[in-house]
Design a protein around this ligand. Structure first.
Ligand code: C2E
Ligand code: MG
Ligand code: MG
Ligand code: MG
Length: 279
């Protein structure tokens, strides 16, 4: 009896595994065609100066409109793209279109706003990265000082000599570098000393409960002071409430990003934000 149940469970398990594998393969197939089918769209989320509420920059966030499945979150497909290597062409597409959009807005007369593009570890470590970035800048004419690249701690854990070289070259090109999701990776803090960063982004996992959880509050306060003592600007991600904002203000956080002010939005909508801006 027990053996039979065990056997059934095993079968069920493999059946699930197969359907999962199949779904993944199907998703991968769709992902492979998504660029040529023009199914990706860039959304933009403002980052604000905390003291003035003026726009300090924006983050570019990819969206995938799949005809069968509807909108698929990057949290779902970026890891798959990363695993399969598809992140290389997708990432190049994002960079190119982000630079193009930034230039279009400048040419339309909007005061320039820094644009931050996310890079996953595989993109960052790809031998083509520098050329891809340089081409995007050159072909669109975007001044590199308006480009920022966001990388995570997991990128920094790998292959440090190469990482350091790549970061230096990007810095020499005049590009800003930020550390995304700070505090959630497994890397040591020594990279803060070694690598030339401009900005540190506090992950929303720490920001979420700052108003109620004493430990989160202490961690965020410590990250802000650590960043400032290393001459880095700090931005808090995922700010959703006035209480979080008040805490961040009291602790001298430089910039904020979150639903409290703006959700990520399509280019058309972002244009209205640029027009309404006070600074
Ligand atoms: P991330 O770079 O840490 O981006 C911040 C995420 O937090 C975004 O999710 C954003 O929509 C979300 N967010 C912003 N404000 C709030 C808030 O107040 N509350 C909550 N709950 N969430 C907020 P999104 O757009 O789903 O992107 C998820 C992740 O996917 C990004 O995390 C990034 O790691 C990756 N990603 C997105 N676009 C790209 C891309 O073009 N290239 C690469 N390599 N990765 C990307
Ligand atoms: Mg990011
Ligand atoms: Mg983040
Ligand atoms: Mg994240």
């Amino acid at each position: 009896q027990a053996k039979e149940q065990g056997g059934n469970r095993y079968q069920l398990y493999t059946a699930e595994m197969k359907s999962t594998d199949f779904e993944r393969m199907e998703l991968e197939g769709h992902l492979r065609k998504a660029i040529e089918r023009e199914e990706f769209e860039l959304y933009f989320q403002p980052k604000l100066h905390l003291h003035s509420s003026g726009i300090s920059g924006m983050e570019v966030l990819i969206r995938w409109h799949n005809p069968q499945r509807g909108l698929i979150s990057p949290a779902t497909f970026i890891p798959l793209a990363e695993e399969t290597g598809l992140i290389i062409p997708i990432g190049a597409w994002v960079l190119r279109h982000a630079c193009e959009q930034a230039v279009n807005w400048q040419q339309a007369g909007h005061a320039p706003v820094r644009m931050a593009v996310n890079l996953s570890p595989r993109q960052f470590l790809s031998p083509d990265l520098i050329a891809t970035v340089a081409d995007s800048l050159q072909e669109t004419g975007l001044d590199p000082k308006f480009l920022e690249l966001e990388i995570t701690e997991s990128t920094l854990m790998q292959n440090t000599e190469k990482t350091l070289n790549t970061l230096r070259r990007l810095k020499e090109m005049g590009i800003r570098i930020s550390i995304d999701d700070f505090g959630t990776g497994y890397s040591s803090l020594s990279y803060l000393k070694r690598f030339p960063f401009d900005m540190l982004k506090i992950d929303q996992a720490f920001v979420r409960d700052i108003a109620h959880d004493r430990k989160d509050a202490e961690i965020v306060a410590a990250i802000i002071s650590l960043a400032h003592s290393l001459d880095l600007d700090v931005v808090a991600e995922g700010v959703e409430t006035e209480e979080q904002l008040a805490f961040l203000r009291a602790h001298g956080c430089d910039e904020i990003q979150g639903y409290l002010f703006h959700r990520p939005m399509p280019a058309r909508e972002f244009e209205r934000v640029l027009l309404d801006r006070t600074e």
